[in-house]
Ligand binder design. Sequence first.
Ligand code: ZN
Length: 64
Amino acid sequence: MVDLNTPCMSKAAAPDDSLIDQFLESRGHETATWDQSYNKKQCPKCGGLHDVSATECSVCGWSP
Ligand SMILES: [Zn+2]
């Protein structure tokens, strides 16, 4: 058993990730990507909304 590498560790640090993971898994993606909200991109990390041309989150600095 290697506790340091269990998925629970990262999910515990960022509770919202579990919802994101479920969402991504349901779409067949394993890597993080923008959420879509109407015609906007939504940062999966902080939930900030951005124009579809955005390449990184101007709120928290996240990028796919
Ligand atoms: Zn963000």
